[in-house]
Ligand binder design. Structure first.
Ligand code: GTP
Ligand code: MG
Length: 191
C-alpha cells in the first residue's frame, strides 16, 4: 500500500474566454467570478483527491481507491501570451480541452490545441494519450444561445478516439467535480 499521494500533472487548454481558469477555480477553490481576467503565462493549482483506480469494464472488480495530488496547469488562451514552450507541457499525464458551448469556433479550434499539445509534450503514447473534452457554460447554452449540440460534440469526441465528454458550468457548478475526477482517473490509469 502506498501512502504518499501520487502527483499527476494535468494541462488545461482551449481558446481565450472559454472558462479554463473559472473551471479550475471552481474545482479547487469553490469560487466563481463573472469578471474576466485573462490568464498571462502559466500557473497551477493543486488538489488532493481520492480516485477509484481501475478499468472501464463494469464487470471488473471494484477498483482500489487511491489518493492523488492533481497538479492542474492553467494556460493563456490568448495568442499573444502563448510562448510557454515544451517545458510547460512536458510530463503531463492528461490534457483537458475546453470549449464554450455558445461559440462554435472554440470547438473547431480544439484540433489545433490538441496538435500543439502532442507536438510540445511529445508523449510516448500519442495515439492513446488521455484527453478529456469539456463543453463549458452549459448554464448559458439554453435555446438559441447554444451553438454546439451535444450530439455534435459527442461525434467530435468519438472521431478522435472516443474522448470522454462533459458539459459543464463553472458558474453553476455543473459536472465540474465529475469531469476532474474522470481526468484524474484517466491520468492514473496511464501508468
Ligand atoms: P484566458 O485566460 O484568456 O485563456 O480565458 P479562460 O479560458 O481562462 O476564461 P475565464 O475562466 O477567465 O472565463 C472567461 C469569462 O467567462 C469570465 O467572464 C467568466 O466569468 C465566464 N465564465 C466562465 N465559466 C463560465 C460558465 O460556466 N458559465 C458562464 N455563464 N460564464 C462563465
Ligand atoms: Mg484563464
Amino acid at each position: 500500500m502506498s501512502h504518499r499521494p501520487k502527483l499527476l500533472k494535468v494541462v488545461v487548454l482551449g481558446d481565450s474566454g472559454v472558462g479554463k481558469t473559472s473551471l479550475m477555480e471552481r474545482f479547487v477553490n469553490r469560487r466563481f467570478s463573472l469578471q474576466y481576467k485573462a490568464t498571462i503565462g502559466a500557473d497551477f493549482l493543486t488538489k488532493d483527491m481520492e480516485v477509484e483506480e481501475g478499468g472501464d469494464n463494469e464487470e471488473e472488480e471494484q477498483g482500489v481507491r487511491r489518493w492523488v495530488n492533481l497538479q492542474i496547469w492553467d494556460t493563456a488562451g490568448q495568442e499573444r501570451y502563448q510562448s510557454l514552450g515544451a517545458a510547460f507541457y512536458r510530463g503531463a499525464d492528461a490534457c483537458v480541452l475546453v470549449f464554450d458551448l455558445t461559440e462554435a469556433k472554440t470547438l473547431e479550434d480544439l484540433d489545433s490545441w490538441r496538435d500543439e499539445f502532442l507536438l510540445q509534450a511529445a508523449p510516448r503514447d500519442p495515439a492513446t494519450f488521455p484527453f478529456v473534452v469539456l463543453g463549458n457554460k452549459v448554464d448559458a447554452a439554453g435555446g438559441s444561445a447554444r451553438a454546439v449540440g451535444e450530439a455534435a460534440a459527442r461525434a467530435w469526441c468519438g472521431a478522435r478516439g472516443h474522448l470522454p465528454y462533459f458539459e459543464t458550468s463553472a458558474r453553476e457548478n455543473v459536472n465540474v467535480d465529475t469531469a476532474f475526477h474522470e481526468v484524474a482517473r484517466q491520468a492514473l490509469k496511464r501508468d
